[in-house]
Design a protein around this ligand. Structure first.
Ligand code: ADP
Length: 163
């Protein structure tokens, strides 16, 4: 059974991520969406919420599981005996960092391949950072995120975030 890991912060999951995971499922029997606990970033949503919202979004699609990890992606791939990583590319500006990451991962785990998938043009400008910025200012992100994510954001941040 061909299996791949799609790692990311998914803070929160967007239509861009959804498009990529659907494309990945056409190639692989199983895709693990792995939420990265990145201590360097201060997330908008706690890990459990990010995972739950992904689960609710991909539940009906089949063949997609949700996991989480701390530390190196290569270690998570080894633990799950998975030899393929999925990454999404929005624009040429993503490429440089992604190329460096793919080459580093290959050095650390030579059996690992990284596959890049391009999103639909209409989703290519969507990023979790933009969504968070709009949420902070109390705006509507329903065009950018799946329904479970939008419902959660509306319930919890309808007036934006004032720090
Ligand atoms: P990270 O913090 O690891 O970049 P993200 O959650 O921002 O995590 O993104 C995870 C992956 O999804 C990355 O490969 C990123 O390039 C890709 N991605 C994010 N948004 C989009 C989008 N709109 N279209 C295509 N790929 C995307």
């Amino acid at each position: 059974m061909a299996r791949a890991i799609y790692p990311g912060s998914f803070d929160p999951m967007t239509f861009g991520h959804l498009d990529i995971v659907k494309r990945a499922r056409k190639i692989f029997d199983q895709v693990i969406m792995a939420v990265v606990a990145n201590p360097g970033k201060s997330p908008l949503l706690p890990m459990e919420v990010r995972m739950r919202l992904i689960e609710e979004t991909v539940n009906d699609l089949g063949g997609i599981t949700v996991g989480s990890f701390q530390g190196l992606t290569v270690d998570y791939a080894k633990e799950n005996e998975t030899f393929c990583l999925i990454r999404g590319l929005r624009a040429i500006s993503d490429f440089e960092a992604e190329l460096g990451m793919a080459q580093t991962n290959k050095q650390l785990f030579p059996e690992l391949e990284t596959i890049f998938l391009m999103t639909k043009a209409e989703y290519s400008f969507i990023s979790s950072s933009t969504v968070k910025e709009i949420v902070r200012l109390g705006g509507d992100v329903s065009e950018f995120v799946p329904k479970p994510v939008n419902d959660y954001l509306k319930q919890n941040f309808s007036r934006g975030i004032t720090e």
